[in-house]
Design a protein around this ligand. Structure first.
Ligand code: NAD
Ligand code: LMR
Length: 329
């Protein structure tokens, strides 16, 4: 028997991430090959953006995806989020060369108060929200705070791209396949202060940290390479990452909905006070997913080096939070 369709709202649908994302959602890569979907696409009212969105929808039509039950274009977030089961908040300005993601805070923050309120009013009470637009953690925090009638745990920020980047860097260092690496974590903000942490990681059952056994490589190569990867891509491409970002968004939602089978992944989630991260801050942590829910990996030992790194990225998130406090009054 055919499953009832799931409603997936995507903002910034005519942008570069949107273009790399929508076709994969419609083909069943995000929610499953037996899961029909309805796409509810949001763009700014601007004629050029709405026309571009029409073009993308024509292409979606031309793929004749069996799972794509219907789609609609919107410029009003309340309409786009109506009964949404999944909301991918991508639409916002990307940074250019020489900018840090937090430089986007004032430009993009407003979008997420409006969209948080619209989700609060219109979305399914169980909507799963993933914020991709930068600065992703603080935008997710703003959306969550603007939606008091929805459960805070339904709001997440994307750190999966950082997780995937860290996996690839480790696999290259070890000369082994990515798929063999387990129990990696990325803590904190999706910014250069993030802390990719392989202290608990294993490969083929052996400790990655023991095999690498090189603190200087960790500190001076691995952590900065992962942290500055977004900027390196902007430098090389002249545009911010898009296909890899869309891929990470698909991974994030697929794992949240379908489970990770015990595997650790990283999600930016509202802190519950564990690991001395104050409650409510959108902070990247290792999780496993089961039964449609994420569960923090608890009880990990935090050594002095890690504490410093985790506090540094927390400090930045607290500053970002204070920077948007006025918006949330
Ligand atoms: P883009 O400029 O190609 O597309 C963004 C789209 O959003 C545009 O079509 C624009 O019209 C639309 N938009 C802007 N404001 C909107 C609003 N209020 N409602 C609906 N749509 C709106 O940008 P992109 O490359 O697709 O990147 C989008 C965002 O994702 C940027 O903020 C970028 O920095 C971020 N990003 C995050 C990650 C991550 O890992 N979290 C990775 C890559 C990019
Ligand atoms: C990335 O990490 O690639 C994105 O957040 C884009 C950016 O501005 O770095």
């Amino acid at each position: 028997m055919t499953k009832p369709a799931m409603r997936v709202a995507v903002t910034g649908a005519a942008g570069q991430i949107g273009y790399a994302l929508l076709f994969r959602i419609a083909s069943g890569e995000m929610l499953g090959k037996d899961q029909p979907v309805i796409l509810q696409l949001l763009e700014i009212p601007d004629e050029k953006a709405q026309n571009a969105l029409k073009g993308v929808m024509m292409e979606l039509d031309d793929c004749a995806f069996p799972l794509l039950q219907s789609m609609s274009a919107h410029s009003d977030p309340k309409e786009a989020f109506k009964d949404a089961d999944v909301a991918l908040l991508v639409g916002s300005r990307p940074r250019g060369p020489g900018m840090e993601r937090k430089d986007l805070l004032t430009v993009n923050a407003q979008i997420f108060t409006v969209q948080g309120k619209a989700l609060n009013e219109a979305a399914s009470r169980d909507v799963r929200v993933l914020v991709v637009g930068n600065p992703a953690n603080t935008n997710a925090y703003i959306a969550m705070k603007s939606a008091p009638d929805l459960k805070p745990e339904n709001f997440t920020a994307m750190l999966r791209l950082d997780h995937n980047r860290a996996l690839s860097q480790l696999a290259a260092k070890l000369g082994r396949p990515v798929a063999e690496i387990q129990k990696l974590a990325v803590w904190g903000n999706h910014s250069p202060t993030m802390y990719p942490d392989y202290r608990f990681a294993t490969i083929g059952g052996q400790s990655v940290a023991k095999i690498i056994n090189d603190d200087a490589w960790n500190r001076d190569v691995f952590i900065p390479t992962v942290g500055k990867r977004g900027a390196a891509i902007i430098e090389a491409r002249g545009l911010s990452s898009a296909a890899s970002a869309a891929n990470a968004a698909i991974d994030h939602i697929r794992d949240w909905v379908m489970g990770t089978d015990g595997k650790w992944v990283t999600m930016g989630v509202p802190s519950d006070g564990s690991y001395s991260i104050p409650e409510g801050i959108m902070y990247g942590v290792p999780v496993t997913c089961e039964g449609g829910k994420y569960h923090r990996v608890t009880g990990l030992e935090i050594d002095e080096f890690s504490r410093e790194r985790m506090d540094l990225t927390l400090k930045e998130l607290l500053e970002e939070r204070d920077g948007v406090a006025d918006l949330l009054k």
